[in-house]
Design a protein around this ligand. Structure first.
Ligand code: ADE
Length: 253
């Protein structure tokens, strides 16, 4: 279970919203978890106290200098103890549910956000333990990726979602996409909620939801189904509800 998250960022304001709003805000505010941002600017030296400079060899943009970051990481470890340093960058291991589960199971996270064209390679080679990417595209900084990681890992912490079952029933937990969800009104713009959801038969509803998740995954993400054995329970659900939207949102005439 996570006890603390440290984020190294030139834009702590960017990360602040996370600590103030919604689920992450509640989780970070309730005191069970320490959350702190560290700004390399506070560790810059020299007259200009610069955190970035032009790339050797030429080229566009600026590169983050290694020295402020190294000073910061030394201080961070001295103040908070040993830590795995995780860099957010497009060359990293692609984040998926297994990765989120792995990170969520740790005691602490130190997320290092880069800016500009990147970070001096010598810092990465000597101070970084791992790199995580949130997808095959380039962000202008690691902050949105750090926010994604924090949101996803916090949802898996006991007590954070309120309704413990929610995380268990999430998409990807069983390697499947989520089932569709409905709420009031019972009929909206001529579309009624599937009748099974109003039946009060919890086992039938569970089976229907499982069947919908299986149909949806097969249709939208066949890659997730490839080589995946169906459990007995899943086979039974598909037998009971063989068609997608087997109980369609029937049109109210
Ligand atoms: N920083 C820049 N691009 C990124 C990406 N795709 N994932 C994580 N961090 C990044």
């Amino acid at each position: 279970m996570l006890k603390r998250i440290d984020v190294v960022t030139l834009f702590p304001e960017w990360m602040q919203g996370l600590a103030e709003l919604g689920l992450t805000g509640r989780a970070l505010a309730d005191g069970k978890l320490d959350y702190r941002c560290w700004n390399p600017r506070d560790y810059a030296v020299g007259v200009h106290r610069s955190v970035d400079d032009r790339p050797y060899g030429g080229g566009p943009g600026m590169v983050m200098r290694p020295d402020p970051l190294a000073n910061l990481l030394d201080d961070l470890k001295q103040q908070t103890g040993p830590a795995v340093i995780s860099y957010l960058g497009p060359q990293g291991r692609r984040l998926d549910h297994a990765g989120v589960t792995e990170l969520a199971g740790r005691e602490r996270l130190v997320l290092l956000c880069g800016r500009y064209e990147g970070i001096d390679q010598r810092l990465l080679d000597s101070q970084i333990d791992e790199e995580w990417s949130i997808g095959d595209y380039v962000l202008s900084g690691g902050e949105p990726a750090a926010a994604v990681v924090i949101d996803a890992v916090l949802r898996l912490q006991p007590g954070v979602l309120g309704h413990e079952q929610s995380a268990v029933e999430d998409s990807f937990v069983a390697g499947l996409l989520d089932c569709p969800h409905y709420t009031r009104p019972e009929t909206w713009r001529d579309q009624a909620v599937p009748a099974v959801l109003l039946s009060g038969d919890h086992e039938k509803i569970r089976q229907w939801r499982l069947a919908q998740a299986l149909h949806r995954t097969r249709r939208l993400r066949p890659d997730l189904m490839a080589g995946r054995e169906l459990s007995r329970d899943e086979r039974k659900a598909l037998e009971a509800w063989p068609e997608e939207q087997a109980e369609p949102a029937s049109r109210a005439d």
